[in-house]
Design a protein around this ligand. Structure first.
Ligand SMILES: Cc1cc2nc3c(=O)[nH]c(=O)nc-3n(C[C@H](O)[C@H](O)[C@H](O)COP(=O)(O)OP(=O)(O)OC[C@H]3O[C@@H](n4cnc5c(N)ncnc54)[C@H](O)[C@@H]3O)c2cc1C
Length: 366
């Protein structure tokens, strides 16, 4: 029987990561949903890391969660990314003051029998420039009626439960847990993407979907995601996955350097840089340093692009052949340019890429 991983130094984490790394090349297209790796994570208790012991989880601290995510992301970015969205849903269910959704769903989500995901980006980083909200809520008898769409939902078609945000006419927002089988929901199968296609990320359409009051996790309130329902402060999770992927690339370069003298200095330099950023990240998660999450995100984005491309340089033409990890990592690194990238960070990247001073205004923020 698989022993659950109770802490980040547990040797079973090595076994899990080794299995995830072996499976990772299989998760390529929309048809390759990483079910097997998710089930494996469920058997090792991964989904309990993120929930308090009072609610049946292992109650890992922010630092321990970050250590766990760093290891998982280094082994298999696709499965780890899917888990972040899954845990985003679980945390919001567990953190709600309305206990009904947790009572009905939390245990089966934590043991991996059911899968949940989030559709919240339209309240934060997606479609913010449009005059009308893309997903609207109207108060009806004993609940709300949702109409419109959620533009980005990872694994929506595989989910049993969707945690999503919607906006009322007066601008207030609700956060709701909606069973995917509810009448009026159409979860699209997943779009083929530059990378992470097997995360099956796509739109979910809502046509007059009724959500009962029992399934409202938060609101109606302005900026419901800032009201603290299961949210982690600081937004360091995206950077964590970028650093995990950078570590995979740096280790590849180190292994190549064992055979090639010319790679010794670059590989040592890159490994140092990855370790420094990893330590900064862990210190920030532990509250040891006053952290600027945006600064860390900017550094993580630059590092993941450079480290994966360094791995590709070392792998040469072989790395450019479909299926080689270096090529896959380079594609995956591009994801961090768009995933939940706050406007100031994308602004800074754009200035860098176009070689203009950072202070220049690039137009309205989105
Ligand atoms: C693989 C993947 C998985 C994801 N999974 C999830 C998930 O599970 N849950 C979740 O909630 N989110 C998810 N996201 C969403 C993500 O967090 C971001 O919100 C998203 O990448 C933002 O991109 P967007 O194209 O929607 O941005 P938008 O800002 O909506 O931009 C879309 C287009 O609008 C135009 N535009 C942008 N700004 C302006 C402006 N100011 N004026 C005029 N036109 C403008 C541009 O042409 C742009 O291409 C995922 C994203 C990706 C790529």
């Amino acid at each position: 029987m698989t022993q659950p991983i109770q802490h980040p130094q547990d040797p079973n984490l090595d076994h899990l990561c080794s299995a995830l790394r072996d499976n990772a090349p299989r998760w390529s297209r929309v048809s390759d949903w990483p079910l097997e790796s998710l089930q494996l994570c469920g058997r090792f208790g991964v989904f309990r890391w993120f929930v308090s012991s009072a609610q049946g989880g292992y109650g890992w601290s922010d630092r321990e969660q970050t250590e766990g995510y760093l290891r998982l992301a280094e082994a298999d970015l696709v499965t780890t990314f899917v888990i972040t969205q899954y845990m985003g849903a679980i945390r919001r269910i567990a953190g709600s003051t309305n206990p009904h959704a947790a009572e009905a769903w939390l245990e089966r989500l934590m043991n991996g029998d059911s899968f949940a995901t989030v559709g919240i980006s339209h309240l934060t980083t997606s479609r913010r420039h449009l005059s009308q909200p893309v997903l609207k809520a109207v108060r009806v008898d004993e609940g709300y009626q949702l109409s419109g769409m959620s533009p980005w939902v990872t694994g929506g078609t595989h989910a049993d439960l969707l945690v999503g945000g919607a906006t009322l006419d007066d601008g207030r927002q609700i956060l709701a847990a909606v069973p995917r089988e509810s009448r009026g929901i159409d979860a699209k199968p997943g779009a083929e993407l530059v990378a992470l296609s097997s995360s099956c990320t796509d739109q979910v359409m809502f046509e007059d979907v009724h959500v009962s009051d029992a399934m409202i996790l938060g609101g109606p309130i302005e900026n419901v995601l800032q009201s603290g329902i299961g949210a982690r402060t600081g937004g360091l999770q995206t950077s964590t996955l970028a650093v995990g992927l950078s570590m995979a690339a740096a280790k590849f370069l180190s292994a190549e350097a064992e055979k090639r003298q010319d790679l010794l200095e670059p590989s040592a330099q890159l490994m140092d840089e990855v370790k420094i950023l990893r330590d900064t990240l862990l210190a920030a998660c532990s509250g040891e340093v006053s952290c600027d999450a945006s600064e860390i995100r900017g550094q993580a984005n630059r590092l993941v692009l450079r480290s994966t491309q360094a791995a590709l340089m070392a792998a040469k033409g072989a790395g450019f052949v479909d299926g080689h990890p270096a090529g896959r990592w380079c594609q995956q690194a591009l994801f961090f340019l768009v995933w939940s990238c706050p406007q100031p960070i994308s602004h800074a990247h754009l200035c860098e890429l176009t070689n203009i001073p950072l202070s220049l205004d690039l137009g309205p923020t989105s």
